[in-house]
Ligand binder design. Structure first.
Ligand code: GLY
Length: 361
């Protein structure tokens, strides 16, 4: 039996963000990761989009806005610890609409037809207006994942890869140990941050919602000649288009209830390509670079599960659904404070797992 102070189960951005914060506060932390490459972290587009996602006024919106505000300092810290670029870009998000809402929005973010086409040339002629959210942005989630992976290990977090946690073995209201593919592990405290795979360990309502996604690569000569064709994220009603600084353009995503069925389908590819070209017709001229897919961790109310669990010495940080990349910094801070100082933050009450139990879920 291997014994540790704190074991974090999960190999995605949320588990690494928690490990980083715990370690910075002096805890000895081990991360058990089955397959770093499989985490939803790598599949995402990396939008930091609480406003473009139209999250209604709620604790969730507050949580997302708080996390977005942490991003500049958090990514600077990761870059300095790892020596790697995180791909954070406060580029703003433009949300074009094909139909003008009635009554006309009074919000200062609303742009009418003339304003939006001036703001972003080469949009589809079908666009009749839209919203501009200058404080939303993006991070290159793959760069971020690499930087975070290196940063936690630079700080002294022990990362064990290729280990599958097979069962949580309880004793009364505590976890006694974890049964894994590499023997049993024991800790003073456990954190489960296993995203879409959480139900394999605990009876909590988190399941996979598949997203198919693709990228284009703008040819280098074109970028050298005229600059990047897009320098802001487009968040349309059918599609989002996320330009990277290196000329890639990420386009996503489908939303499918198909369990863990892998692969890109013809339907998925065609749906994404058609919707992308409809919104920004110039995209049809750029070569396709890659297709991939991932599994968002969905919950019944599409909100995360943070904090207490059925066990005294186990904390939950899962179910981030469409917002795992955005919520990583705030989740790391909240969960570390809760585990180390028992800080009863109102956010942890709002996102407690027992809301499902009380609702009979
Ligand atoms: N965050 C965007 C998505 O999940 O598709």
């Amino acid at each position: 039996m291997r014994t540790r102070e704190i074991v974090v189960v999960g190999g995605g951005i949320v588990s690494l963000a928690i490990a980083l914060e715990l370690r910075q506060q002096g805890a000895a932390v081990t991360v058990l990761c089955r397959d770093f490459a499989q985490a939803a972290t790598h599949a995402a587009a990396g939008m930091l989009a609480p406003q473009a996602e139209r999250i209604p006024s709620s604790p969730m919106l507050d949580l997302c806005l708080k996390s977005r505000a942490l991003y500049p300092d958090w990514t600077r810290k990761l870059e300095s610890l790892s020596g790697l670029n995180s791909g954070y870009w406060s580029c703003g998000i433009l949300s074009p609409a094909y139909e003008t809402p009635h009554p006309l929005p009074l919000a200062p973010q609303w742009l009418d037809r003339a304003q939006i086409h001036r703001h972003q040339p080469n949009l589809s002629a079908e666009v009749t207006g839209g919203w501009w959210f200058p404080e939303d942005g993006q991070v290159d989630n793959r760069d971020l994942a690499r930087a975070l992976w290196v940063a936690v290990q630079e700080l002294g977090v022990e990362v064990q890869t290729g280990i599958t946690v097979e069962a949580i073995v309880p004793h009364h209201d505590r976890v006694a140990h974890l049964q894994t593919s590499a023997g049993d592990w024991q800790a003073n405290h456990y954190i489960v941050a296993t995203g879409a795979w959480s139900q394999s360990l605990l009876p909590i309502p988190v399941w996979p919602r598949k997203g198919q996604i693709l990228s284009l690569q703008v040819p280098r000569e074109r970028c050298d000649r005229t600059g990047l064709p897009l320098e802001t994220v487009l968040f349309g009603s059918e599609i989002y288009i996320v330009p990277r600084r290196d000329g890639r353009i990420v386009i996503g995503a489908t939303s499918e209830d198909v369990g863990f069925t892998p692969g890109n389908t013809l339907w998925g590819k065609e749906t994404l390509l058609r919707a992308a070209v409809r919104l920004y017709p110039d995209l049809q001229h750029f070569p396709v670079a890659e297709f991939w897919w991932g599994f968002r961790p969905a919950t019944a109310d599409e909100l995360p599960i943070l904090g207490t669990s059925p066990y005294q010495n186990l904390t939950l940080a899962t179910g981030h659904y469409r917002n795992g990349i955005l919520l990583a910094p705030i989740t790391g801070a909240l969960i570390a404070d809760f585990v180390l100082h028992q800080t009863a933050d109102p956010f942890l009450e709002a996102f407690c797992w027992s809301r499902f139990k009380l609702a009979g879920g």
